[in-house]
Structures are given as structure tokens and as C-alpha cells.
Design a protein around this ligand. Structure first.
Ligand code: UDX
Length: 452
């Protein structure tokens, strides 16, 4: 089987590489010549555990190739499916900008030679597959070509940092189709990924498009809900870690995705929540819950700063803050919509100094933050003479540092833990002033009797 994947961003590159891994011939296409040149040399545009090795292995076996020439690929590859995985950046009004998706669709239409399933893989609003079909049809008509094709919608649910695992062993695969022929092609393509018994769910195209948004919006809702509960726990003298365990053991609620923190970030949740609110309002419907989810998240990004401001009684000018973690979550260098950016910005506005360290996002941070902050060589160096440590991203290497060393390096033994990775009692016993999220200062007196 042969396919092409257009767009070598996060989703496109992982999709193409994982299809190659199961033996399908894949050509990944991107207009960015530098990116393609680098990929041919095995240099990836993103950091994702395990991906580099997988790209190299499949390229060597000749199953994975790279091209900048979409027209030629569509004309000559004899592909059974072409996946569109190009960016859909949010426009100013929050709606997903489809110009790249539709430009690719038109180019496919101008070059199609035989029956192909054109699959939208980028997260696109309900109704996009219809626009893609129309764009291809128009180009075919302009050429006077009578070629059969289908469109399909195949949303991607992978998480950054666990992308390969998620793609190879998905919880489910959702495919929206409008013909049996397209269903057969998609069935054949995905057969190798169904080994763990999870379903391949076929449905109509608009439902598949909606499924992606509904999934991300539901997950974002869980997070904002827990952040709201966490903030109330602090006011009421409770410990959200206990509450989380208490509610999470109810199977209807579940224990995943209910960790409070400093707000969700990344390329998906903020964008998709906004886009769904927008789609609804364009169609005369008010997504009240999601509007609240979004505003709680905005507020939550400032929660750590507010605690710092209170602790230092507003005297932040000239103080130095060590920041551990800059990416929006561990195992990625992605800083899009990262809470770290809001926290750092607010500290700098107050005249404070920031010295940060992140295990992989340092280059990305220099690109985004430039010289406005200092960068530590490692997590310990970032602590020297710091008035406080801010744990912003829960990288595994930050989980059990040598606190004796941490305390010695710092000017003040104060820790603001934005992800609740340290134990409040333990930290206080070690002589630190400790602030978590949703843990009242006088709560957390009991040692947990079961593991968190
Ligand atoms: C998400 C979806 O999980 C994935 O299915 C979809 O395809 C793309 O969007 P991703 O953005 O890579 O994936 O990261 P994820 O691990 O889901 O985390 C998103 C954000 O939520 C992070 O900022 C994370 O810190 C935050 N989060 C997650 C919490 O604050 N609490 C939680 O309990 C879980």
C-alpha cells in the first residue's frame, strides 16, 4: 500500500512515520524545503521521544521518503490515500484558518490521476471535509477530468510526548466516510493498528469532525473544573489531592485528567476550545460551559504568580526566581500557550529576575523569550541565590531533587509548586515554605495512607 501525508508538523510526521513502521510506503510532503532537506538527513523539526530513530529506520528501509513536490507525488505515487495534516492556525476571531488545507486540496485536484481517498487529519471544523471535496471537484472540472475520489475525516488523538505509543496503540480510531469504497481503503490502512482490540469506529463525516472537538473540549472541561475545585479547596481549608483521589475512584468520573495545575496549554486544547465556541456562536448557539472552561483556564495561568505576589507582599522588584520547566508539559519542547510564559511575563513586569531551566525546551525558550531571562545550565544552577523556586512543568527529573542541595543553593527556601509534585508536609518538614495548588496552608496534615 502506498500513501502520501501532506504536512510534516507534529501530526503529519508522526502519522507518516507510524504508517511506514507497519510496512506501508509513505511519502511525507511539505512546502518547507529546509524542513524536508533536514528530514532527509534525519534532523526532525520537533522533539518527540522515539520519533527520530523511527524516521531513520523507515527511511533506510525505503518505506519513508520526503518531498517538497506535492503535484508530482499526487501524479506519480499511485497513492490509495492522501492525508492532509497541514496547520490550521487560529484566525484573530478564534476560528481555524483553512487556507493551507484548501490550498492542498486544490493542488490534489489539479494532479489527481486515479481513485484516491483524501483524508483530513488536521483538526478542522465541522464542514471542512465538504469544502475539501468541493475544492478538489472544482479543480477536476477545470481540467475536464472525470476521476473518482472520496474524502474522509480521520481526527488524530495523539498526545505530545506519547505520540508514537498513542498512534501505534490507539484507544480508538475514528473515521468519517461517505462511501463503502473509502471505508474499505481506511479499514485496510488501519488494520495493523487494531491488534490491542480497540475499535475502529466508522461514522458519517460531520460526526467524525465533531468527535475531535468534543473529546478535547471534554478533557479541557475536566481540567478547568478541577482547577476551580482546587481554588475553592484552598479557601475552605481542604486539600485537592485528597479530593481528587476521593472522586477519581468513582469509575464514572475516572482518575485521569483531574490533576489541578496552572492551566492547560499546548497547541490543541486552547485552540480547539476557542474554535468550538466560535463554530457554535456562528451557528446561533452559546457554548456556556466551554466559555467558562476558557476563562477559568486564563485565570489559572496567573494563580502561581498571585501566590508569589502575596508571599512577598508585592515586593518582587530585584528578586530572583528559579523556574523549573518551560514547555507546556513534560516530554516536549512545545511552548505554545505554555503557562510558563504568562508567569514569567508577570514576574518580569514587576521587575523580578528569572533564571530558568528546562530539560529540552531551552532552545525553544531562547527563541521565544530571548534575553529577557537567564538560563541555567541545569536545574541546580538555576537555583543559585534564588528567592524562590517555581515548579512549572512536571518533568520526571524534577520529581525528587536533592532538597538539601536545593536549600543550600537558594537564598530563601521557598517553593511554589504549580503541579503538586511535592508533598506539602514533607517540604515543610525540610524547612521550606511550600505552596501547592489547591492545598490550604493548614491542610495536608495527614499522611496519605494509599499512594497518590
Ligand atoms: C491533547 C489531547 O490529550 C490529545 O488527545 C489531542 O490529540 C491533542 O491535545 P496534548 O496537548 O499533547 O494532547 O497534551 P495533554 O497531555 O493532553 O495535556 C494538555 C494540557 O493539559 C497540558 O497543559 C497539561 O499540563 C494539562 N493537564 C492535563 C492538566 O492540567 N491536568 C491534567 O490532569 C491533565
Amino acid at each position: 500500500m502506498r500513501i502520501a501525508v501532506v504536512g510534516t508538523g507534529y501530526v503529519g510526521l508522526v502519522t507518516g512515520t507510524c504508517f511506514a513502521e507497519v510496512g506501508i510506503d509513505v511519502t511525507c510532503v511539505d512546502i518547507d524545503e529546509k524542513k524536508i532537506e533536514n528530514l532527509r538527513k534525519g534532523v526532525l523539526p520537533i522533539y518527540e521521544p522515539g520519533l527520530e530513530e523511527m524516521v531513520e529506520r523507515n527511511a533506510q528501509k525505503g518505506r519513508l521518503s520526503f518531498s517538497t513536490d506535492l503535484s508530482e507525488v499526487v501524479r506519480t505515487c499511485g497513492c490509495e490515500a492522501v492525508f492532509i495534516a497541514v496547520g490550521t492556525p487560529p484566525g484573530e476571531d478564534g476560528s481555524a484558518d483553512l487556507k493551507y488545507v484548501l490550498a492542498v486540496a486544490r493542488e490534489i485536484g489539479r494532479n489527481l490521476e486515479g481513485y484516491t481517498v483524501v483524508v483530513t487529519k488536521s483538526t478542522v471544523p465541522v464542514g471542512t471535509a465538504r469544502k475539501v471535496r468541493q475544492a478538489i471537484q472544482e479543480e477536476l472540472e477545470a481540467r475536464g477530468a472525470d476521476i473518482d475520489f472520496d474524502v474522509a475525516s480521520n481526527p488524530e488523538f495523539l498526545k505530545e510526548g506519547a505520540a508514537i505509543e498513542d498512534f501505534l496503540k490507539p484507544d480508538r480510531i475514528v473515521v468519517g466516510v461517505a462511501s463503502e469504497r473509502a471505508e474499505k481503503v481506511m479499514q485496510k490502512l488501519y488494520k495493523p493498528f487494531l491488534m490491542n482490540g480497540h475499535p475502529l469506529i466508522f461514522m458519517d463525516i460531520p460526526s467524525a469532525e465533531m468527535t475531535k472537538y468534543a473529546a478535547n473540549a471534554m478533557l479541557a472541561t475536566k481540567i478547568s473544573f478541577m482547577n476551580d475545585v482546587a481554588n475553592l479547596c484552598e479557601i475552605m481549608g481542604a486539600d485537592v489531592n485528597m479530593v481528587r483521589r476521593g472522586i477519581g475512584s468513582d469509575a464514572r468520573i475516572g482518575n485521569k485528567f483531574i490533576y489541578p495545575g496552572i492551566g492547560y496549554g499546548g497547541s490543541c486544547f486552547p485552540k480547539d476550545v476557542k474554535a468550538l465556541i466560535r463554530t457554535a456562536s456562528e451557528n446561533g448557539y452559546d457554548m456556556q460551559v466551554l466559555r467558562a472552561v476558557e476563562s477559568v483556564n486564563e485565570r489559572q495561568k496567573s494563580v502561581l504568580f498571585d501566590k508569589i505576589h502575596r508571599h512577598f507582599q508585592g515586593e518582587l522588584a530585584g528578586k530572583t526566581f528559579a523556574v523549573w520547566g518551560l514547555s507546556f508539559k513534560p516530554k516536549t519542547d512545545d511552548m505554545r500557550e505554555a503557562p510558563s510564559l504568562v508567569i514569567i511575563q508577570r514576574l518580569l513586569e514587576q521587575g523580578a529576575k528569572v533564571k530558568a531551566y528546562d530539560p529540552v525546551a531551552m532552545a525553544e525558550a531562547r527563541h521565544t523569550l530571548g534575553e529577557s531571562i537567564e538560563y541555567g545550565k541545569d536545574e541546580y544552577e538555576a537555583l543559585i541565590d534564588a528567592d524562590a523556586l517555581l515548579l512549572v512543568t512536571e518533568w520526571p527529573e524534577f520529581r525528587s531533587p536533592n532538597f538539601a542541595v536545593v536549600g543550600k543553593l537558594m537564598k530563601e527556601k521557598t517553593v511554589f509548586d504549580g503541579r503538586n509534585i511535592y508533598d506539602a508536609n514533607d517540604m515543610r518538614e525540610k524547612g521550606f515554605a511550600y505552596y501547592g495548588i489547591g492545598i490550604a496552608q493548614h491542610a495536608a496534615q495527614l499522611n496519605p495512607t494509599t499512594s497518590l
